[in-house]
Design a protein around this ligand. Structure first.
Ligand code: MG
Length: 168
């Protein structure tokens, strides 16, 4: 079957969370020991939250707040990979599957470069694609603004979905 533009769906997601003093953060599904913690109803994994919103956006399924409201105690301190896998169930139910994902973390701290390969592996596992098709980038703001002052971190994600070969 030849590819037509009608088969492809692009989505973008953005998220941000506050930082505080702490023992570590979870980003991209990976625990990072550091002197900071994330303030959030869930584990505060901004990379996964941005990825979930990109997936939901591409599938036309709203946003993460609609599926997992922070007023719901079931999602308190939850591992965000659980949310990502639930989003993937919805993506598959819509007859769609990821082709690739590109994520950008914006953070002055912590330093994530040593953890990027493990992030890619874990996110790829949840997305059902090879790690080479999940890119994770990180940048600082060179000290500018609230992220530069280490008050929080943010993330952007872009995903491309394709209509599954055999829609459910
Ligand atoms: Mg969030």
């Amino acid at each position: 079957m030849s590819r037509s533009a009608g088969r492809l769906r692009v989505g973008h997601g953005y998220d941000a969370h506050r930082l505080q003093a702490g023992q570590g953060v979870t980003l991209g599904g990976v625990w990072i020991d550091c002197d900071y913690g994330l303030i959030a109803h869930s584990d505060g994994d901004v990379l996964i939250h941005a990825l979930c919103d990109a997936l939901l956006g591409a599938a036309g399924l709203g946003d993460i707040g609609r599926w997992f409201p922070d007023s719901d105690a079931r999602f308190a301190r939850i591992d965000s990979r659980v949310l990502l896998r639930e989003v993937m169930l919805q993506v598959h139910a819509a007859g769609l599957a990821p082709l690739n994902a590109d994520l950008t973390l914006i953070a002055q701290v912590p330093r994530v470069a040593p953890h990027v390969d493990l992030m890619r592996a874990r996110l790829a596992e949840d997305l059902g694609v090879p790690p080479a098709l999940v890119n994770v980038k990180a940048t600082t703001t060179e000290g500018m603004g609230h992220i530069g002052r280490r008050e929080g971190v943010a993330a952007h994600a872009v995903v491309l979905l394709d209509a599954a070969e055999d829609p459910i």
